[in-house]
Structure formats: structure tokens, C-alpha cells
Design a protein around this ligand. Structure first.
Ligand code: ZN
Ligand code: ZN
Length: 356
């Protein structure tokens, strides 16, 4: 049911087939209120962030393939304009401002869902991958999985918390760290990295930021990183980290890189009993040295996005003003250029697109 006027067509960024270019279509159909299944809601998008995963979805270069034609995007904020009839106890109502995250829906009844690993549900539906995502004016999502957005944060600022924020927030929970511990954040000046710096500082961790360039250096240090290492200038990153941590190495590393070398290296600069949290998704073997992994009692953990509760916590911390997304605002039709900038490693912070 809806009290909003819902148009029949909309503007959306569509990828027709794997590897095809982005097409901005003006006649993409909008699912009407009466067509929504129980549990579905229609969200009028305001803003959407752009994530590296969207680039993989467009290219189709991961082992699990996306559904095409596809509308990408999985960190968006908008208003619920309709809810499917006979939805069971929907936790949101028409008019609510909500976020859409990578995990669009899960069954909520399997072992993984019951244990809080909704992202590992065998029936998981993924925004902008297996179901249409947020690079559009209207998105069909799911009442039990959208995240309510607190009033004190604006939609453009909230968007990137839904993927980048939730992902690093959950990964930090998996890092086995305590107040005063050292954590290394490779890629600290990027979309995930700059949010990881802030959540880590909020946890009382001592951040060693690795990235390159004066702009990213300035950003990381301004966000509270204690030590900066420019990987293009450093001749020995492992030594630099050990020097900065009293000789033992860091307690944890949260690696979001898309190249496997960064994971291998972490085992070298972690102190004994340290934890490597793997967050990035290079389609490659983890070449960690087994001898040193065992000898140093290193923990290697995979951390994949977050559940509904992680999303709520991550957004509430941001809404309280403790974490700020540094983003550049662009129109939806700039998506192609944004992808090019990402591939060239030129994006500092995050890019957010206006969907209207
Ligand atoms: Zn993402
Ligand atoms: Zn499930």
C-alpha cells in the first residue's frame, strides 16, 4: 500500500550483460505497490555510494556471477514509499528513511541466520548482484533487512556506512583487539580505509595507516591515525611497522586490499598472537607462510560485510557524529567516470551519487 505517487518508469544505470558498458536508461520500469510481494518494500532512492564490489559486479570477474541485466549499487538511502500487502509484522512503515545494504535479504531461519551470520545464509539475496540495486530512482528491497536511518545523519553521509562502514565495523569486531592495541590499516585513505581509521580510533586502538600520497596522508592523520606509512616511499614496510610498535609488530591488521600481496605481508608484521582480518576479495590464494603463521600463533579470519545489528550499530555511531564519511557528490549519470577513477586508484574517500 502507498500514499506516494509512484511513476511507471525511472532512470537507472543498467548493465545488460557481463562486461557490457553502463547504460543510463530513462525508461526502466518501476514495480508498483500492488505488485510487491509480502515482505518487499519499494524505496525511493535519495543517494547511493559506489563500492569496488560494484565494479566487480559490472565486470562479472568474481567466481560467483551476477544476474544480468543488472542495476548495481548496494549502499543507498531513501524513503519507503510502499510495502507489499500481507507483509508479516514489517519493522518499517511507509515514509521511513531506510538504508539498503549488500545483504538485501536472508531467510532468518537457517543456522547461519539464527547465529547472526545472516550474510552467510544460503538463501541470501545481494543488492546490485543477485537482485537490482541502488543505482536507480526506485529499488525493491525487503522490510526485514532495510536499516532505519536516525534523524541526525543526512542521507548522503549515511549512504556509505551501509557497505563500507558496516564492513569495517564488523571486521574490527573480528580483530581480537582491545583498547591500546596497534592495528595496521593498509589502504587507510580509501573508501573502507578512512572509515576503518575512525571506528578503530573510537575503539581506543592505535592506528598505523598505510597508503600513498599527500592527500590521503592528510586525511588519515586528521582522522586520528598515529603513524603514517607511504607504501611508495617506504623501503621496508615490515620494519617500519615493527619500529612503530616497540619492535614486536601490530596486534591486528585489517586488510581490505584487492591484491593478495598485502595479506601475505601482514603475517610478517603482526606480533605473535596477532590477527589478520581479511576483508578485500582478491580472487587468489592466501600465500601466508604456514611456518610463521603457526610459530607466531597468528589468527587468520575472514570477515564478510555484517548483519542487521552491525548495520544498526555502525549507522548509530555515525549518526552520533563519531564517524564521518568523506565523499565527493556526483550525479547518477557520472557512474562510468567514477568506475574509471576507481580503477586508476584516484578516489580519496568515497563517491556518493544523487539518485533523483
Ligand atoms: Zn560494498
Ligand atoms: Zn538464512
Amino acid at each position: 500500500m502507498s500514499s506516494f505517487t509512484i511513476p511507471k518508469t525511472q532512470v537507472a544505470a543498467v548493465v545488460e550483460s557481463i562486461g557490457a558498458p553502463i547504460e543510463i536508461k530513462h525508461d526502466q520500469p518501476v514495480k508498483q505497490a500492488s505488485e510487491l510481494a509480502p515482505g518487499e518494500c519499494l524505496v525511493k532512492m535519495e543517494y547511493t555510494g559506489v563500492c569496488h564490489t560494484d565494479l566487480h559486479a559490472k565486470k562479472g570477474d568474481w567466481p560467483a556471477k551476477p544476474n544480468n541485466p543488472l542495476i548495481g549499487g548496494h549502499e543507498g538511502v531513501g524513503i519507503v514509499v510502499a510495502i507489499g500487502e500481507h507483509s508479516e509484522r514489517p519493522p518499517v512503515k511507509v515514509g521511513d528513511r531506510v538504508g539498503i545494504k549488500w545483504l538485501a535479504n536472508s531467510c532468518l531461519d537457517c543456522e547461519f541466520c539464527r547465529k547472526g551470520f545472516e550474510q552467510n545464509c544460503v538463501k541470501a539475496q545481494l543488492s546490485g548482484y543477485t537482485v537490482d540495486g541502488t543505482f536507480s530512482q526506485y529499488v525493491v528491497s525487503f522490510v526485514h533487512h532495510v536499516t532505519k536511518i536516525p534523524e541526525s545523519i543526512d542521507s548522503a553521509s549515511a549512504a556509505s556506512i551501509l557497505c563500507a562502514g558496516v564492513t569495517v565495523y564488523r571486521a574490527l569486531k573480528n580483530s581480537n583487539t582491545h583498547i591500546g592495541d596497534f592495528i595496521v590499516l593498509p589502504g587507510a585513505g580509501g573508501g573502507l580505509g578512512h572509515l576503518a581509521v575512525q571506528y578503530a580510533v573510537n575503539m581506543g586502538l592505535r592506528v598505523i595507516a598505510i597508503d600513498t600520497g599527500a592527500e590521503k596522508q592528510k586525511l588519515c592523520l586528521s582522522l586520528g591515525a598515529e603513524k603514517w606509512i607511504d607504501f611508495k616511499q617506504s623501503t621496508d614496510i615490515v620494519k617500519d611497522i615493527k619500529d612503530a610498535t616497540g619492535g614486536f609488530g601490530a596486534h591486528a591488521a585489517l586488510v581490505t586490499a584487492s591484491a593478495s600481496a598485502a595479506y601475505e605481508q601482514a603475517v610478517d608484521y603482526l606480533r605473535p598472537t596477532g590477527t589478520l582480518v581479511a576483508v578485500g576479495l582478491p580472487n587468489a590464494p592466501l600465500g601466508a607462510n604456514i611456518f610463521w603463521t603457526v610459530f607466531k600463533s597468528i589468527n587468520i579470519v575472514g570477515s564478510y560485510v555484517g548483519n542487521r545489528q552491525d548495520a544498526i550499530e555502525a549507522i548509530e555511531i555515525a549518526a552520533a557524529g563519531k564517524v564521518k564519511v568523506h565523499y565527493e557528490l556526483k550525479p547518477l549519470n557520472a557512474l562510468k567516470d567514477v568506475y574509471e577513477g576507481m580503477e586508476a586508484g584516484k578516489v580519496v574517500g568515497r563517491v556518493v551519487l544523487k539518485c533523483e
